[in-house]
Design a protein around this ligand. Structure first.
Ligand code: DX5
Ligand code: ZN
Length: 216
């Protein structure tokens, strides 16, 4: 099963409640938390995520691009976020962190930046519900999909299948009508799309178009 998670990074931050209503057909809302340390950009944090939690019934897929994930990620699962993704580059004890997130009732997910090798971190896979392969350098929306990440997506898919296929493989960055099929064919099943959804006049229609491309 495939899922489309629009990123509200490309939404109008002054009208978030209305912007959430424009993606009512989404499988989840992707929320990009950035701290200006792990990435060179600053977006929003826990208070705004809690407000988003109140403003929508859609599941929240939190993508933490922040240092000290061990300290902060559990706060998002405690706030009722369905899925919390930490970056492996920012977590000191990733296995323990994944267990904590799950113990709070969230899905636990790990992200890898484009320059981070997947192989050394695969032993944690059995503790995860989702693995995020970044297909741009994290920090900004509207960048181009990195074709060079396709083999990494396939390696992630293979590793997930070896475990019995319970781990979702998410891609984030540059996903649009031109790239989504290649990412799907490489093995991704969960697709983040920011600018491709929110630059459309009708974001729900853009979601339907993306879905059609991968589901036929
Ligand atoms: C980038 C974020 C993405 C971003 C994707 O660091 O993690 O979620 O919103 O935006 P697009 O889909 O425009 O590449
Ligand atoms: Zn993201």
């Amino acid at each position: 099963m495939t899922s489309i998670h629009p990123s509200i990074l490309s939404a109008d931050f002054a009208n978030l409640a209305a912007e959430l209503q424009r993606i009512s057909s989404a499988d989840a809302v992707h929320v990009d938390v950035m701290d200006n340390h792990f990435v060179p950009n600053l977006t929003l944090g826990l208070p705004v995520v809690k407000a988003i939690r109140e403003a929508t019934d859609l599941p929240l897929d939190i993508h933490l691009m922040i240092d000290d994930a061990d300290r902060w990620a559990p706060e998002y699962s405690e706030a009722g976020c369905e899925s919390v993704t930490f970056h492996i580059e920012a977590a000191a004890r990733p296995k323990e962190l994944a267990r904590i997130l799950r113990s709070h009732g969230s899905k636990a997910a790990m992200a890898v930046k484009p320059g981070t090798e997947l192989e050394p971190h695969l032993e944690i896979l059995s503790e995860l519900d989702m693995l995020l392969i970044m297909t741009v350098e994290p920090g900004f929306g509207g960048q181009s999909f990195m074709e060079a990440m396709l083999p990494k997506i396939t390696a992630a898919r293979q590793a997930a299948d070896d475990l019995g296929g319970t781990v979702a493989i998410q891609v984030d960055g540059g996903i649009n009508r031109d790239t989504i099929l290649r990412a799907a064919e490489a093995g991704a099943d969960t697709f983040v799309a920011g600018s491709a959804v929110y630059s459309a006049a009708d974001p729900d229609a853009a979601i339907a178009q993306l879905r059609k491309l991968i589901r036929g």
